[in-house]
Every structure is written in C-alpha cells, then in structure tokens.
Design a binder for this molecule. Structure first.
Ligand code: GLU
Length: 473
C-alpha cells in the first residue's frame, strides 16, 4: 500500500485561496461544548471562505467510551448551529466511511506496510511490564518512554499475549510550521517508540488520524492546542507513510471563568445546555467566533458574513476565556432581530398579546427568561416561593384591598393608571417602596420580578386586575 502523495516535506501555505478540505473529528464520548464547537466553527468557516469542503469524521475507536447517542447529539448540535457538513457518516462522500470504527481494515493495512518496511515492529511487552517501566522512569526523574526492548529482541509470543504494533521513532528533530504558532520544532527523544495499533487491533488516535487526514485529502487540520504535542508523532507518520502533510493550525484552548480548560463533561457550557437555556444559535456562533479570533467588529454577524472575512492568519496564540455576559449580549442582539410572533414561538409560549412580548423582550437575555416574563400573561400565574412569602406578609392584605378599591373606581386602565392608583394606595395604607409594590406585583404575576408594573396593569386590563387582586383581598 503506497502513500499517495510523496512530497513528505511539502507544506501548503496557510491563507492560500485554494479550496480547502477541512474536517471536524470529534470523539463521541461526551457533549459538545463551546470549546470543541468553536473548532468545528473555524473548520467550517475556513472551508466556506475558500470555497472548499467541510468533512465530519467520527473518531469512535474507543468502544468503551464512544456512544451512538453522543454521535447523534453532536450532529444535532452542529445542525442547530448551522454548520452543515459536505461529507460525513450520515451522508457519505468520496472518502467514506467516516466513522473510524468502520475503517479498521484500512489502518491494519498501513500497519502491515510499516512492519514490512521495518518502520514498525511487534511489541510483546505486557501491560504490567510497561507500567513497571513507567513507574521506574518517573521515580528516577526521567520522562516516561518505551525502552525499546522489543525493537531489538523481538521474540514472538514470549509473554503469551497478543502483540501491539509500535512505530520506530528515529532520533532527530521534527519541525513543522503551524498556522497559528509559527515554526515548531520537537526532539523525538522526548517520546520514544509509540504504539500505533494496540494488542486488541485498535488503531491509536495518532495513527488513525494521520491515515484518515491523508486519505480524505484534508488540506488544513484545525484543532485545539491540546493536540500540539501529538503533531510531531503525526509528522513522523506522514513521512514514513509517504503522505504529504496538511497545514496544521492549533487554536488556543478556550478556558472557563475559572481559567481551567472547558471539559466535555462540563454540562453548563455544553451546546445542549445553552440551547435548553434559551440561547439562539446565531448568538452562540458569534460568541464562539470571538474566542481566539476577531472579525474586526463586535456586531452580530451571520455565518456567511463571518466566513467572508475568516482568516487563519488572524488567530490568537493565547487562550481565551469564555464570557457568559458576552453571550447574553449577543443573544439579546439576536432576539432583537426577531418579530414578536417568532419570539413567542421560539420561547414556546402562545396566547400573549404582541405588546406583552415587546415589553418582556426589553428585560430578557434568553428565550427562557422571555417565557418566564410572559407566563403570567399566557394563563393563570404560578407563584414562586418568594412571591408566596410576600403574600403571606400581614401587611400585604391591606395593600391589596386598597389597590382593589382603586382599580374598581378607575374608569379605564391605561399607561398612567398604575402611577395614579399606587399613589392613592400609598396614602391609604402608609406603605411605600417594596412594601407597597411587591404585594401588587406578586398578586398579579406570581413573581417578585418582571416587566414594569405600569405595563402589567395595561396588559391585564381592568377585569383581570380585579380578578387577580380579588383572590387576596
Ligand atoms: N478525536 C480528537 C478529539 O476529539 C480529534 C483531534 C484532531 O482533530 O485531530 O480531540
């Protein structure tokens, strides 16, 4: 099996306008979060910018941790963001299959080829021996690396176990140019001979990724900084297999507010959680696009607009912190672009007047907040604990009675009624501030917070005001 591209040292230049083939290669072992979705976004933007193609490849070689439900979930998240792929496990394409678990035979073929050319050897060392070796090296203060026992003294089956396949690492420096970090150089002494196929016949990440990126004609590998240390191993494999190297572009990690890298299991910043919290995909896309890059404006942009200006040259070298407030600001901007019927539909609420939506949107950062603000106008209010406590307060009853009297006496309710009525209630009861306003607000909406009380009055109208106040009078 010969390598198809034989310019092992060849590097395409970053930023070239030639159509790129990029890929997003998630392992289906958890939920997609802002950090790995940002990787998908940058790959998508670069493919679109250059008029190329965006490939989705599922790296499910670890059967213990990979789940079909995670694969389905990440596809759903990508679609929700608007990041459609041109080739992938569900739609196929010229480089199918796109699930690594379905490519085992391909990896096996290349492992045999490396064995035949003596670039790899069988390793019979048991797990126990490798663990002991590692412990001894760490104890001696040396970096843990394979000692090469099977490289010289290869006696089949000595330990009675199935062999792994190890890549023979030449002692030298490996250099490559990274589109974000510039020229990088590593000494191979740091890692030693590494496993490319486990004794269970499963290809290692480095081996499978290199073969797939080469066979799928990937021109740009855009991924997280956490893979930078894998890249020298991958560069050696490209050369040994006779493949041309893609452009590597390692984007700095996204950190949480605690300055720790976002983890896949961190539910709060998973796309699923953000969607459930009522964030719009446009807002999430805009917030993600500003992590380690800037389109030169703070304003909300469409995916098309972003892809029109995206450039690998503008990527930052240092980690960026995901800022929830910024996401909220983008979400408000995205919500302001929608009319009242669309907003209520997206918020899952029906039967509220347009005026209520307009009043609520001023106070809402997410669709969920909008729904909460609108609920008292869609049906009978549900009382929060705080609101119940307010109504249980002995002074509340007098306030409600006085308010009821004034509402009944009012000819009609308009924008100024609330001010006039509450002034009279204050005079009648001697209550002011929270003691005056909270009981009325809670009786009418079931909550201690919400849209302006004057607007609540107008939206409910005289009849409903009397009905809701009447329950507590
Ligand atoms: N499956 C790897 C991950 O999810 C992909 C790394 C790569 O893009 O090469 O981290």
């Amino acid at each position: 099996m010969e390598g198809r591209l034989l310019n092992g040292e060849g590097m395409k230049t970053a930023g070239s306008a030639a159509p790129a083939r990029t890929r997003f290669a998630p392992s289906p072992t958890g939920l997609l979060h802002i950090g790995n979705a940002r990787t998908a976004l940058f790959n998508w933007l670069w493919a679109r910018r250059t008029g190329g193609r965006f490939v989705l490849r599922v790296e499910d070689t670890d059967p213990a941790r990979s789940k079909a439900s995670f694969e389905a979930g990440l596809m759903e998240d990508l679609r929700w963001l608007g990041l459609r792929w041109d080739e992938g496990p569900d739609i196929g394409g010229g480089s199918a299959p796109y699930r690594q678990s379905e490519r085992t035979r391909i990896y096996g073929g290349y492992a045999e080829w490396l064995l035949r050319h003596d670039d790899a050897y069988l390793c019979w060392c048991s797990k126990e021996r490798l663990l002991e070796l590692r412990a001894a090296q760490l104890k001696a203060g040396a970096p843990p690396r394979y000692d090469g026992r099977c490289a010289q003294d290869n006696v089949a089956g000595v330990h009675g176990t199935a062999p792994a396949v190890r890549f023979r690492v030449p002692e030298r420096k490996v250099a490559f140019t990274d589109a974000a970090h510039g020229r990088m150089s590593f000494d191979t002494k740091a890692f030693g001979d590494f496993v490319i196929m486990g004794s269970d016949g499963v290809a290692s990440y480095n081996f499978a990724a290199v073969i797939d990126d080469a066979l799928m004609d990937i021109t740009h590998v855009i991924r997280g900084d956490d893979h930078l240390s894998n890249t020298p191993r991958q560069a050696l494999l490209y050369q040994a297999l006779g493949f041309g190297m893609p452009v590597f572009c390692h984007v700095p990690l996204v950190l949480g507010a605690d300055r720790q890298p976002l983890s896949k299991r961190l539910e709060a910043v998973s796309l699923r959680a953000l969607r459930a919290d009522g964030f719009l995909p446009e807002a999430v896309v805009n917030a993600m696009s500003r992590l380690g890059w800037t389109p030169g404006t703070e304003g909300l942009l469409t995916l098309d607009e972003l892809s029109g200006v995206f450039d690998l040259k503008g990527l930052s070298k240092s980690p960026s912190v995901f800022d929830m407030e910024r996401l909220r600001a983008y979400n408000k901007a995205a919500m302001s672009g929608l009319d009242a019927p669309s907003l209520s539909r997206l918020a899952g609420i029906s039967g509220v007047p347009k005026e209520a939506v307009e009043a609520a949107r001023r106070n809402a950062g997410t669709l969920n907040e909008l729904r909460t603000l609108l609920e008292p106008f869609a049906g009978e209010p549900a009382f929060t604990e705080e609101a119940t406590a307010v109504m249980d307060n002995p002074s509340a009853k007098a306030v409600i009675r006085a308010a009821m009297t004034e509402v009944e006496a009012a000819a009609a309710i308009d924008g100024s009624s609330c001010g006039v009525i509450m002034k009279k209630v204050r005079e009648a009861t001697g209550e002011k501030g929270k003691g005056l306003y909270l009981p009325v607000r809670c009786a009418l909406t079931g909550r201690t917070e919400g849209i302006e009380l004057a607007e609540v009055f107008v939206l409910l109208g005289k009849e409903k005001l009397i009905e809701r106040l009447g329950r507590f009078a």
